[in-house]
Design a protein around this ligand. Sequence first.
Ligand code: DQA
Length: 142
Amino acid sequence: NRILVLHGPNLNLLGTREPEVYGATTLADIDARLAALAQANGAQLSTFQSNHEGGLVDRIQAARTDGTDFIVINPAAYTHTSVAIRDALAAVAMPFIEVHVSNVHKREAFRRHSYFSDLAVGVVAGLGPDGYEAAVRYALAH
Ligand code: DQA
C-alpha cells in the first residue's frame, strides 16, 4: 500500500498563513503525522508540495510508474482553476481524495466550485489537518 499526499500552492505557509482560516499547524507537522500513521499501518507514504501547477502535474504523472496506489490531494487555489491537474489525475486513473483544510463552502462563492470533486472518491473540507488524516485512514483501509 503506497499513498501519495500532494499539497498545492501556499500550503508551505500553513501555520502562519491566515491562521484564523487555516489554523496553527504547519505543513511539516501534518506530513510527519501522516507518515507516522502510514508507518504504523505498514504502508508507505510520500508527500510533495509545489507552488507550481506543472510541478504538481509532473508528480502526478510520475505516480503512474512509482508504485502509488492512492492519492490524497489538496490542490489549494488550483482546486478552482486547474484543468491541467484534473486531467493529470484522470490520465493516471488512480483513486484520490480531495482535501481542504477550511470549509470552502462557507467562504467566497468562487471557492465552491472544484475541478476535482466529480472525479474524487470523496471530498473532505473544514476539518483542518484532521481532514488529511481521515483521507489517509480511508486510503489505508481501501
Ligand atoms: C484550500 C482552500 C482553497 O480555496 C484555497 O485556495 C487554499 C486552501 C484549503 O485547504 O482550505 O489555498 O484548499
